[in-house]
Design a protein around this ligand. Structure first.
Ligand SMILES: O=C[C@H](O)[C@H](O)[C@H](O)COP(=O)(O)O
Length: 232
């Protein structure tokens, strides 16, 4: 039965985003996440830049959509290069107690991982619905796969994570910003997540997984009781 009093998650996402953006200082190079929660962070950074509270900010976007949004918000956006980022702020699909994450339901996992691995601090922002006790509890694990030979890659993945399917919202598979496809895997609970990550990364045709293990430093998680700060 549908919840007769559903909580509006949007103000919670925004609250979490504002807490994270408060960590940004003038002159920082900032990784800009993707998704409905990261959107609030990008808009708030833009607002602070526009009103002069923050100067010299350079954003590095984790998707085409965030790139467009950031430029519209008045931010300077540069491509990722080998220099470190001072901070990155992004949402997540699942947050485990040790801050291991599933990301990529929005399809941006590859650029997110490439960008956020270079951040001195990865700060996660979310509403309380993203908290899990074990990875795989609520969300499928998005796995980006090469388009060429994708049916073979899907078969290989089915040997490792039997539950799962190619992401196909309509007649055609979903295509990422990088021109690849996504396989959404249902994970078995209680598995060795680090071993699974190694196995998936060693599978021919897999470009990247949405497992972000040991990367996040802190998470701001908002509920109707306020914003909780979680650290590793
Ligand atoms: O690919 C998308 C990203 O990993 C997002 O950070 C993640 O899906 C969370 O998005 P949202 O804040 O919209 O729930």
């Amino acid at each position: 039965m549908p919840d007769p009093h559903p909580v509006d998650l949007e103000p919670l996402k925004k609250e979490a985003a504002l807490r994270a953006v408060a960590l940004i200082q003038s002159g920082m190079r900032v990784g800009l996440g993707t998704g409905s929660t990261a959107r609030y962070a990008i808009l708030e950074i833009g607002r602070r830049v526009q009103n002069g509270e923050l100067t010299g900010i350079v954003g590095v976007a984790t998707s085409e959509a965030s790139d467009v949004l950031a430029r519209e918000a008045g931010l300077t956006v540069e491509d990722l290069d080998p220099r470190p980022l001072d901070i990155a702020i992004d949402g997540a699909d699942e947050i485990a107690p040790n801050l291991d994450l599933i990301k990529g339901l929005g399809g941006a996992l590859l650029r997110e991982k490439l960008t956020e691995i270079q951040a001195r601090r990865l700060i996660i922002i979310a509403d309380h619905s993203k908290i899990v006790s074990q990875i795989g509890e609520k969300s499928p694990l998005p796995i980006e796969i090469a388009r060429f030979g994708f049916l073979s890659t899907v078969e290989r993945l089915r040997q490792i994570v039997p539950g799962g399917r190619l992401r196909q919202p309509g007649a055609q598979p979903y295509v990422t910003d990088n021109g690849n496809y996504i396989y959404d895997a249902q994970l078995a609970l209680d598995g060795d997540i680090a071993a699974l990550e190694r196995q998936l990364k060693g599978t021919l045709g897999v470009v990247e997984t949405g497992l972000f293990l040991g990367m996040a430093e802190r998470a701001f998680v908002a509920s109707t009781d306020g914003v909780r700060e979680l650290s590793r």
